[in-house]
Design a binder for this molecule. Structure first.
Ligand code: HAM
Length: 427
C-alpha cells in the first residue's frame, strides 16, 4: 500500500463541503471588490522566485521543490520550481502579458496549491492552498487599506473574525531601511552572545529576521531593539499614517505590531498579517503588504503594487471550529423493482435530473429492503418506489424517509413535491 508524501493531504467527504463554502465565498467577495481572476501555472522558472522573493529568505534558501527540466537538449536543463507563493508568478504574468497597458490599476486574484518544504505540523503543510489578491498599479495608501479591507471582509463573511485579529506595520523603503539595518546590526552585534545560533547566522545575512525569532533568550534582547517605525523617512511615515486613517474610515480594526517581519524580501512600507491563537504555531491566517519594486526587479516597468494571500487550509480549520459542514444529500433515492434496472426506471431518473433534482439510484439491482436501507444512509429525504403497477399508471410511491409515511403520486406531482430548490440550481 502506498502512503501520501509527507506534508501532503487528501481531502474528502464533508470536509469538501467546508472547502467549497470557503472558496465560493472567496469568489463572491473578490467579485464584490471587482478583483478579476488570473489563472497561473503551478510551475515557474526557479529564477522568478529567487529574484522575486529574495535569495536569503527561508523559502528560497531551503523550502522550494526544485528540479532540472530534462526536456532541454542543452547541458543539465533549466531549474524549475513548484510555486511556493503566488505574488512572483502574478507579477511575471503581469509583465509577460503586458497587463500594464492600458495604464491604471489591475486588481487580480489567484487561488490554488502552493508548495513549501517546511516542517509539517498542525496547520502547516508542504502542499497548502492560498488565495491571493494583487492590486498592481497604485501607490496610494488607499490601495493598501482597501486590500486589507477585502481580506477582513472575507474573514467576516466566512465567520471566523472572532478567532482572528489584524496586525499592521511599516517596513520602510530602500531609502530609510539601510540606516535602520545598520542600527539593528550594531545593537544585535553588542548582544551577539545572548542570541541563538540561527540568529547569529541571520545577523550577517538578514538581521531583520532576528525580530521574528521565537527563542526566549533572543526575545529578551529583541524587546529592547529599535523598530523600523522609529526610523521611517518622512514619505514612509506619511504613507503609514494615511493607511491607518483609511483603515479607520473603512472601519477596519487593527493592532500595530512594530516587530512584525514578513518572510519575503519584496515588501516596502505596509506589511500586515491576520493572526489567530487557535492553530498553535501556525498563527497567520493571511498576510501581505506593499511591494513597489517587484515589477521592476522582475524586468517590468516601475509599477507599484500591494496584495495579500489567505491560507485556505487555516481558514477551513477555523470555520470547522464552530460550524458543522455536510455534503448535500440526494433529494430522493429511486428504489427500483430489483434485478436489472428497467428502462422505465432509468427514464424516471433522467426526468428528475432534467428538473435539476439530485437523485440517487442503485446501479446493482439489489433487493428492495437493501435499497431502502441504502436510501436512509445517503440522507435522502424521500424514497421514490418505482413499482411496476404504479409506473404503468404514470405514478410512483413516494415515501418520506423521516416520517416513514408513503403515498401514491403521479410523476408530474412528484416533481412538484420533491421540489426544485437544489443550491446548485443552474437550469
Ligand atoms: P505568506 O505570509 O508567506 O505570504 O503566506 C500567506 C498565508 O499562507 C499565510 O498567512 C498562511 O496562512 C498560509 N501559509 C503559508 N505557508 C503555509 C504552510 N506551509 N501551510 C499552510 N498554510 C501556509 C505570501 O505568500 C505572499 N505572497 C502574500 C502576498 C501577496 N504579499 C503580497 N501579495
Amino acid at each position: 500500500m502506498f502512503q501520501k508524501v509527507k506534508g501532503f493531504q487528501d481531502t474528502y467527504g464533508d470536509d469538501c463541503a467546508c472547502w467549497e463554502k470557503a472558496e465560493s465565498i472567496m469568489r463572491d467577495t473578490f467579485a464584490l471588490f471587482l478583483v478579476r481572476e488570473i489563472r497561473l501555472p503551478i510551475l515557474e522558472k526557479t529564477a522568478v522566485f529567487n529574484r522575486g522573493i529574495g535569495q536569503t529568505t527561508d523559502i528560497v534558501e531551503k523550502e522550494m521543490f526544485t528540479f532540472a527540466d530534462r526536456d532541454r537538449a542543452d547541458s543539465e536543463g533549466e531549474l524549475l520550481s513548484l510555486r511556493p507563493e503566488g505574488t512572483a508568478g502574478t507579477v511575471r504574468a503581469y509583465i509577460e502579458n503586458g497587463l500594464y497597458n492600458p495604464p491604471g490599476i489591475k486588481k487580480l486574484y489567484y487561488s490554488g496549491p502552493m508548495f513549501r518544504r517546511e516542517k509539517p505540523q498542525k496547520g502547516r503543510y508542504r502542499q497548502f492552498s492560498q488565495c491571493g489578491a494583487e492590486f498592481i498599479g497604485s501607490s496610494s495608501p488607499l490601495a493598501d487599506a482597501d486590500a486589507i479591507n477585502l481580506l477582513i471582509t472575507y474573514f467576516d463573511r466566512v465567520n471566523i473574525s472572532r478567532f482572528t485579529h489584524l496586525e499592521i506595520n511599516s517596513v520602510g523603503c530602500p531609502l530609510c531601511r539601510p540606516e535602520y539595518h545598520s542600527k539593528l546590526t550594531g545593537y544585535f552585534n553588542k548582544h551577539k552572545d545572548g542570541l541563538c545560533a540561527d540568529c547569529n547566522r541571520r545577523l550577517t545575512k538578514n538581521p531583520l529576521r532576528i525580530l521574528d525569532c521565537k527563542n526566549e533568550n533572543c526575545g529578551k534582547i529583541i524587546k529592547n531593539a529599535s523598530v523600523m517605525l522609529d526610523s521611517l523617512c518622512p514619505e514612509c511615515a506619511e504613507h503609514f499614517e494615511s493607511v491607518k486613517m483609511y483603515l479607520d474610515a473603512l472601519n477596519v480594526k487593527y493592532i500595530i505590531n512594530p516587530f512584525m517581519v514578513r518572510g519575503l524580501d519584496y515588501y516596502v512600507r505596509t506589511a500586515f498579517e491576520v493572526v489567530t491563537a487557535e492553530l498553535g504555531a501556525a498563527s497567520a491566517v493571511g498576510g501581505g503588504g506593499r511591494y513597489d519594486g517587484l515589477v521592476e526587479t522582475l524586468g517590468g516597468p516601475a509599477v507599484p503594487g500591494v496584495g495579500f494571500a489567505i491560507g485556505m487550509d487555516r481558514v477551513v480549520a477555523l470555520m470547522k471550529l464552530s460550524e458543522e459542514f455536510k455534503q448535500t444529500p440526494p433529494k430522493a433515492f429511486i428504489v427500483t423493482f430489483g434485478g436489472k434496472v428497467k428502462n422505465s426506471e432509468i427514464a424516471l431518473l433522467n426526468r428528475l435530473r432534467a428538473q435539476n433534482i439530485p437523485v440517487e439510484i442503485d446501479y446493482d439491482g439489489k433487493g428492495m429492503k437493501s435499497q431502502l436501507k441504502q436510501a436512509d444512509r445517503t440522507g435522502a429525504k424521500y424514497a421514490v418506489i418505482a413499482g411496476e403497477e404504479e409506473m404503468n399508471r404514470g405514478a410512483v410511491m413516494l415515501r418520506n424517509l423521516s416520517s416513514s409515511t408513503q403515498e401514491e403520486v403521479s410523476i408530474a406531482d412528484l416533481i412538484l413535491k420533491i421540489g426544485n430548490n437544489h443550491p446548485f440550481n443552474f437550469l
